[in-house]
Design a protein around this ligand. Structure first.
Ligand code: UN1
Length: 498
């Protein structure tokens, strides 16, 4: 399928993508997929205005009816899973299985949100005053700004949009400027769902294409009470304080330097699969990718040859043609990988793998062999996040030491331990164990299901998206006390006789 065929299958007219200012290229081979128009900050403001108008009526639509719109969106996604999955692969370079897997995450979160639309429940709370009832309710918050990254070009929007829409909030989405076509395809599918739904206000969903200037216009706009931003820690460091300065709310989902601990009792067959998928899958470009391995000294000599063998067997190549590892997103990303490997060598590391491949076949794309790097200790480059398939390895002797190493990085997104020892597993999941938002036993760090809350601590930003009660961030909490008595008793025991 050509990119024109894919756009057509996703209800976008290829003729609209012939002369926009932004050329979109595929990381697979550098080919131009299309040209897209850029939004100006003024256009951003106009779209936020439309979303604000839409909010005025959408918030009054009953939750379960809002859920019906999301159900229809889920149907569109089911019908277009293959085409959208392919466009995801073409635009961000992940393998087709993962491109389709990403669309499956979207379908799953729509299903979750449909159920949720009937369960936006609050509390009743015992009042200290006679004849009084106290309760807590959740009300729609307002238009939500979503900023997403290239590596999950569509799923991250859906985690936010599906929940925001059932919570009564319109959505304004700024995708990465590297992946605007998949975003416009999602918007086209959303508009089909709106048409079938019939009664939605205009302007419930908007896509904004552009670079930092349009992102800043969103971040600074007081009409957006929530900014949900996924990307680097550096981006979050800019966005967080700006939103806070106007007392807005932020949901930050930033970097990860995720580790796996392999203990003496680990099932090494499981561990090897979990480690390799986590470290080389999506070419190491998930925020949950495994970047550090902390191996007990007694299993190191058995595990490392197995890992090296698996690394050598991994196929790197065209993600649409069956390879397990596709390209890096661009040259800057490849250069960053090279720089980190160079630093690692200087710090005493021994690098297995790494380096550019397929340069002759794809001179305008950046394919790299995943790298396994033995480090003398955890320091320097190992505590930095490089968004590429590099896995640093160190050894440990006690579990306390392993946990301290695991927690000894600025980020706190995902983590895992491979153990068959119940004491070790429970200790790892206790208050003195992993400090991450995600802590797994006997599975890897990446590939979280949508049913749980997704996000992490420390420099990862503290936000939670997707399942569990993450929906609450898209609503405003209201505490109400109703007096159904004929007296007016005051709280705090105050007597105030007039
Ligand atoms: C991301 O890398 O930005 O847990 C999100 C996972 C996916 C989502 C990753 N469900 O790997």
């Amino acid at each position: 399928m050509t990119s024109q065929d894919l756009l057509t299958a996703l209800h976008l007219d290829p003729a609209h993508f012939t002369k926009g200012e932004l050329a979109v290229t595929s990381p697979i081979d550098g080919a131009v997929l299309g040209h897209v128009d850029l939004d100006s900050p003024q256009m951003v403001s106009a779209k936020i205005g439309k979303a604000t108008d839409a909010f005025a009526s959408w918030r009054a639509v009953p939750g379960p009816q809002r859920g019906e719109l999301v159900r229809l969106l889920g149907e569109e996604l089911r019908d277009h899973k293959e085409a959208l999955g392919r466009l995801v692969s073409a635009e961000c370079g992940k393998i087709l299985e993962e491109g389709k897997g990403e669309v499956q995450e979207m379908i799953d979160i729509c299903d979750f949100a449909v159920g949720l639309s009937r369960q936006l429940y609050g509390l009743t709370i015992a009042s200290e005053r006679p004849g009084h009832a106290m309760r807590e309710t959740w009300q729609p918050l307002g238009p939500v700004g979503v900023i997403s990254a290239f590596n999950f070009p569509v799923a991250v929007w859906s985690w936010n949009a599906a929940l925001a829409l059932v919570c009564g909030d319109p959505v304004i989405w700024k995708p990465s400027e590297k992946t605007p076509l998949t975003a416009l395809a999602c918007q086209a599918l959303f508009e089909r769902a709106v048409k079938r739904f019939g009664a939605a206000p205009e302007g419930l969903s908007h896509v904004i294409i552009g670079a930092a200037d349009v992102g800043e216009a969103m971040v600074d706009d007081p009409r957006l009470p929530l900014i949900s931003a996924t990307g680097s820690c550096a981006m979050g460091r800019k966005v967080g304080p700006r939103v806070a300065a106007r007392f807005g709310r932020c949901l930050l989902e930033l970097g990860g330097n995720n580790a796996i601990i392999v203990t003496p009792s680990a099932d090494l067959d499981l561990a090897v699969r979990g480690i390799v998928f986590g470290a080389v899958g999506t070419a190491g470009q998930r925020c949950t990718s495994t970047r550090r391995l902390i191996v007990h000294e007694s299993v190191y000599d058995t595990l490392m040859p197995r890992l090296k063998k698996a690394y050598d067997a991994v196929t790197v190549g065209n993600p649409l043609e069956g390879a397990l590892v596709g390209p890096l997103i661009d040259k800057a990303s490849f250069d960053g990988m090279e720089r980190s490997l160079e630093k690692a060598r200087k710090e005493g590391g021994t690098v297995h793998g790494g380096g550019r491949v397929l340069e002759d076949e794809y001179p305008n794309a950046y394919y790299a062999r995943p790298a396994l790097v033995d480090m003398p200790k955890q320091a320097g480059v190992m505590v930095e996040e490089t968004f590429a398939p590099i896995l640093y390895v160190v050894t440990y002797s006690t579990l306390d030491e392993a946990i301290a190493l695991q927690n000894g990085v600025p980020q706190g997104l995902s983590s895992a331990i491979f153990t068959n020892d119940v004491r070790e597993a429970e200790r790892y999941l206790s208050a003195t164990g992993s400090d991450c938002g995600i802590a797994n036993v006997n599975i890897g760090t990446s590939g979280a299901e949508i049913g749980g809350a997704f996000g992490g601590e420390k420099d990862t930003g503290g936000g939670r998206e997707s399942g569990s009660d993450a929906w609450k961030v898209y609503m405003r909490r209201q505490t109400s006390t109703v007096n159904y008595s004929t007296d007016l008793p005051l709280a705090q025991g105050i007597k105030f006789d007039l």
